[in-house]
Design a binder for this molecule. Structure first.
Ligand SMILES: Cc1cc2nc3c(=O)[nH]c(=O)nc-3n(C[C@H](O)[C@H](O)[C@H](O)COP(=O)(O)OP(=O)(O)OC[C@H]3O[C@@H](n4cnc5c(N)ncnc54)[C@H](O)[C@@H]3O)c2cc1C
Length: 496
């Protein structure tokens, strides 16, 4: 392997983004829109963009807007339902929709390639879950973003909403559902490719594939120096700004950067599997994403759901996820990823988080033992007449849940976290959920923290308002603003 360390101007960039998934590509679009002359490099270890978590088959493709996912409306200690997170996630998704609408208007992307309108339904059949769902519905319905949510316990009506789920069900069983028709299925892999194709064709971004970032160092006060390796050589590039959008690979890169902010993090990998059906005679009978309530001790990301999906334009049905267990941080990663991430600083928080989440570990162990028949039995609680022969197993993407050292010890976090260096020269994204749906808000947060001076300029503020009309406004409390924004978004994206 040859070694080249010529740091000429061709190796200097204004921004280097590691990983060619939905996060880096979203940030690249934003940076290019705000600073068209910026020299941006994206580095990807695989042979094409969006082959890890952002690939459609590796995630659920739900445009997470808290329409149907129970984990965004947890219980308060007094037993009431907390809807704060649901409002935040809905707002974040609305921001993504606004951004996609603006790029559609500019003819940079085409929604038909990545977005399908699809009802989002919550469905329950246990008495206590029906009580919870009714309460959730009552609370959310009074909030503007959820004002169109529908409720039904009427079996004939539910047969129209979700025939596969209702047919063959015990007629004495009580069931209930809520529905939001303004839901979506998103192919985040397609969207990533659309973003990148446009940026590369216009010369705005350079993408280096089959190239891995193997080391990161601060070369002087103003610059990061990255060691890159491809099949034939190892060489370096430099940049004053570095974004680690490496998905499951972000934690180890953050640790390599040596910034003190990295010391409080560890990661716990959870792999996933789906049952997939491609038989058109079955898939055409279901037209929704239907989320149930998770089992006791199950982590939020394991909430079972039966979804209509479009993967690379092909319609299919997907049920899951079933958790798997391995020690990789990326689907195309190494079995020693997890062990390499443990160090003296995060060891004890990791052990403590493990002890405090014993239910989760028990749940994961129980999932690993499920064979195909047991998985089909689980599917039948949703879709009673499912036939085993129609369904095959697919491996989903890898999630790395954050373990964070706090004053209370190690805490397992289910969300996404932006970590930035104190000088704003480096940002990394850890965690998985709600993930891709909120990529635009997350990247706006990166800009706020790392480009604070520019963010306060008239030019950036004005440009951001053109791209995201509700930028810095509160759509959740201003009904007329939300209606106006949705009118524009829906017409440009064909959502109505
Ligand atoms: C099972 C599952 C279901 C999900 N469901 C949903 C959902 O329904 N809705 C939703 O919004 N989100 C969902 N998510 C989350 C969503 O998929 C992720 O948040 C999102 O795809 C993360 O994008 P990313 O760009 O950060 O990472 P990725 O898409 O994983 O991209 C990271 C890239 O970095 C590259 N890389 C890693 N290390 C290096 C290195 N050292 N050098 C160079 N390149 C490197 C990788 O090869 C990869 O291409 C789900 C995730 C999973 C796993």
């Amino acid at each position: 392997m040859a070694f080249s360390d010529s740091l000429g101007s061709e190796s200097q960039f204004d921004a280097v983004l590691v990983g060619a998934g939905i996060m880096s590509s979203t940030l690249a679009v934003l940076l290019h829109e705000l600073e068209p002359d910026m020299r941006i490099l994206i580095i990807e270890r695989l042979q094409a963009p969006a082959l890890e978590s952002s690939a459609a088959i590796n995630n659920s493709g739900t445009g997470h807007a808290a329409n149907c996912e129970f984990n965004y409306t947890p219980l308060n200690p007094d037993g009431s339902i907390n809807i704060q997170k649901a409002l935040e996630i809905n707002h974040s998704f609305e921001t993504s929709l606004e951004f996609w609408a603006s790029l559609t208007e500019l003819q940079r992307i085409s929604p038909s390639k990545f977005l399908h309108v699809l009802p989002h339904i919550s469905f329950v059949w246990r008495e206590e879950d029906i009580v919870f769902l009714r309460e959730r519905y009552t609370r959310l319905r009074t909030e503007t973003p959820f004002k169109d949510m529908e409720w039904s316990e009427d079996k004939e009506e539910l047969k129209e909403w979700i025939p596969l789920i209702m047919n063959g069900r015990n007629c004495n069983e009580k069931v209930a559902a809520t529905r939001m028709n303004r839901g979506t299925d998103i192919d985040f892999g397609s969207l990533t490719s659309s973003y990148l194709n446009e940026l590369i064709q216009s010369g705005a971004v350079e993408l280096r594939l089959s190239t891995e970032v193997v080391d990161i160092q601060k070369s002087n006060r103003d610059s990061w120096r990255l060691s890159l390796a491809n099949k034939t050589e190892t060489y370096c590039v430099k940049s004053p700004f570095l974004f680690l959008g490496a998905g499951g690979g972000a934690l180890s890169l953050l640790q390599k950067s040596g910034i003190p902010e990295s010391n409080i993090y560890g990661g716990f990998p959870v792999s996933g599997q789906w049952l997939v059906c491609n038989d058109p005679s079955v898939t055409k009978k279901h037209n929704a994403k239907v989320y149930g309530k998770s089992a006791l001790g199950a982590p939020p990301m394991s909430v079972p759901h039966l979804d209509t999906r479009w993967v690379s334009g092909e319609r299919s049905l997907l049920f899951g996820p079933f958790a798997g267990a391995n020690t990789k941080f990326l689907k195309n990663g190494s079995n020693i990823d997890f062990f390499r991430s443990i160090n003296l600083r995060n060891f004890s928080p990791m052990v403590q988080a493990g002890i405090e989440n014993f239910d989760l570990i028990k749940y994961l162990l129980s999932q690993i033992q499920l064979n195909h028949t047991a998985k089909i039995d689980s599917l039948k609680t949703f879709f009673p007449e499912a036939k085993s022969k129609d369904w095959s197993l697919a491996i989903a993407g890898q999630r790395v849940q954050i373990v964070k050292k706090t004053s209370h010890g190690g805490v397992l976090k289910m969300g996404t976290e932006v970590v930035t260096s104190s000088d704003g020269s480096l940002a990394a994204l850890l965690g998985a959920s709600p993930g891709a749906s909120t990529a635009v808000s997350i990247m706006l947060e990166v800009l706020k923290r790392c480009w604070s001076e520019k963010m306060s300029t008239y030019y950036w503020q004005n440009r951001l308002r053109q791209l995201v009309p509700s930028f810095q406004l509160d759509v959740n409390t201003d009904k007329s603003l939300l209606d106006k924004i949705r009118l524009r978004t829906d017409s440009l994206l064909g959502l109505s």
